[in-house]
Ligand binder design. Structure first.
Ligand code: F6P
Length: 512
């Protein structure tokens, strides 16, 4: 039976035994910003929020996230709560307020200068600073407190997102042993040898083992996690059942690749494709040229310089493509306070200039670089107009652009060029799978994509579309929440359990 929004709603109604659903994610799904004296509500550029917002619309519940917009306080009540989506409220957003120092240490510091490079094999050195670690610990406690306030004394399933919250599950378990805590780690997990350099590896592993269920995109990342626990903690690791037992508590580890909502992406299709495509082509001055596109945050894991160098290589090898195609790179600025991101931004800008200078002329540039965030409507037009979408991640948990592109191709045409180092390559084997470090191979893949006969494009695209339709975001959430639901019943209500160390007069346990 296909996974749909309705089936997911059904799972939540029937399998969660009335438990509240609380999602915790660093990014909020809606952000309020001042536009003069007006307040505007926007959706941030983030794979996690794009994936989870449809789930929350279907299930209801509470989303606990960092209130990062300059008008967020003005748009929320005293507890930091606001009903979302604004046009059709169906769940509650609970905002957690962070000071500049907390954000600097927890988000830019430990999350994105230590854990991010540690978990991605992209040869950027992780930076471990005690102040960042302290801020990370403190912010995990703040979020834990907010979650405990939201669940009150009710049974609840807490669905934690990503590497920003490695310590949160243990904190929740200590305060409320009866909560069901499930975490999805959206990025790769490194092998034990790589993970070894982290000065706080035991604390991180121990924090994550506060989960009842911990999921990764791929089996390979699950194996790496189990091996890391086996190597660095006193725990019973069962490789047959994919479970870890430590101090009487068991954490199940499983792969569950994330996805998109193909129907939502299809619904973005403009009524008049031809008009929208013409408008976009006129604006970018690309006439009727075949387009290769790249859509990324500017991040060193995405292999953007490699991708651009392969354009150079293609033009050297096949000069007949001069003036006969165009590469459009959308690069959303990201984590711009971090040196490595600033350096990459500069490198990309310089490379575009160099390659355009070498091969371009007064009326044609091989690369058009759009250094700004593009909303889903604009992307829908680009995806649909492209001859090929190019993803060259040096390492990536999943890469949802791959699935968005496939979902957008209702015409069943277009080619996906996909790095073997992105999680999406495990599922989308009808893409042209490339090693982005091998520039000649990448340039050949561009050549193949630009010349692929329509029949072959259609055969490949149909199979990929079936894959994305079957394994959509509702399946991802449904599988994880059903597994969580199976754990609800056996747990006694927390009031009869020991382990709640201190309780507020409103029934909310305090973290000690
Ligand atoms: O891929 C990992 C991830 O955290 C996603 O979950 C998220 O969409 C993306 O990185 C963007 O990160 P940030 O929230 O830091 O902009």
């Amino acid at each position: 039976m296909a996974w749909t929004k309705e089936r997911l709603e059904d799972v939540v109604r029937t399998r969660l035994a009335g438990a509240r659903l609380v999602v915790v994610a660093n990014r909020e799904p809606f952000i309020h910003v001042y536009d003069g004296s007006e307040i505007r509500c926007m959706r941030p550029a983030s794979g996690v929020t794009t994936a989870l917002d449809p789930v929350m619309r279907a299930t209801g519940g509470i989303w606990v996230g960092h209130g990062s917009g300059d008008a967020d306080r003005a748009a929320s009540d005293e507890q930091g709560r606001v009903a979302v989506p604004p046009e059709d409220p169906s769940y509650t957003l609970r905002r957690v307020w962070l000071s500049r120092e907390e954000e600097e240490g927890y988000y830019y510091g430990f999350s994105n200068s230590a854990l991010w490079p540690l978990c991605h094999a992209a040869y950027t050195r992780p930076r471990f600073e005690v102040e960042h670690w302290d801020a990370y610990r403190l912010v995990n406690r703040k979020f834990a407190q907010a979650v405990l306030e939201e669940v009150e004394s009710e049974p609840a399933i807490v669905f934690v997102q990503d590497y920003h919250f490695a310590l949160l599950p243990r904190l929740l378990r200590q305060a409320r042993p009866d909560l069901i805590v499930v975490q999805f780690w959206h990025i790769p997990w490194p092998n034990p040898e790589t993970f070894r350099v982290c000065p706080w590896k035991e604390e991180i592993l121990s924090g994550l083992l506060g989960n009842d269920l911990l999921a990764f995109h791929t089996q390979y990342h699950c194996n790496n996690f189990l091996e890391s626990v086996d190597r660095y903690l006193e725990a019973r690791v069962c490789f047959e059942r994919f479970a870890v037992t430590r101090r009487g508590h068991t954490t199940e580890i499983r792969p569950q690749p994330i996805s998109v909502d193909p129907d939502e992406i299809t619904a973005l299709a403009p009524a008049d494709w031809e008009y929208e495509e013409r408008r976009m082509r006129n604006k970018l001055r690309v006439g009727n040229l075949p387009l290769l596109i790249g859509v990324d945050r500017i991040d060193y894991i995405k292999g953007i310089p490699e991708r651009l160098r392969a354009v150079d290589r293609l033009l050297n090898k096949y000069p007949e493509w001069r003036r006969n195609f165009c590469f459009i790179q959308v690069g959303a600025p990201s984590r711009t306070h971090i040196n490595e991101y600033q350096a990459l931004s500069e490198e990309v800008r310089r490379l575009v200039e160099e390659i355009n200078w070498r091969h371009g002329d007064d009326s044609w540039d091989p690369i058009i670089y759009l250094h700004e965030h593009h909303g889903p409507d604009k992307l829908a037009v680009l995806y649909r107009a492209a001859q090929a979408c190019v993803i060259t991640s040096l390492h990536d948990g999943m890469n949802l652009v791959a699935k968005e592109f496939v979902a957008a191709r209702t015409d069943e045409q277009g080619v996906l060029v996909l790095s073997e180092f992105a999680g999406a390559a495990c599922e989308l084997s009808d893409a042209l799978i490339v090693n982005p470090y091998a520039l000649d191979q990448l340039a050949e893949a561009y050549q193949t994509a630009l010349t692929m006969p329509l029949g072959e494009q259609q055969r490949r695209m149909r199979r990929m579309r079936r894959q994305v339709a079957d394994n959509n975001i509702y399946r991802w959430a449904g599988m994880l929440l059903s597994a969580a639901g199976r754990l609800v019943e056996p747990k006694a209500p927390y009031s009869v359990r020991r382990g709640v160390r201190q309780v507020h007069d409103n029934g909310v346990p305090l973290l000690t």
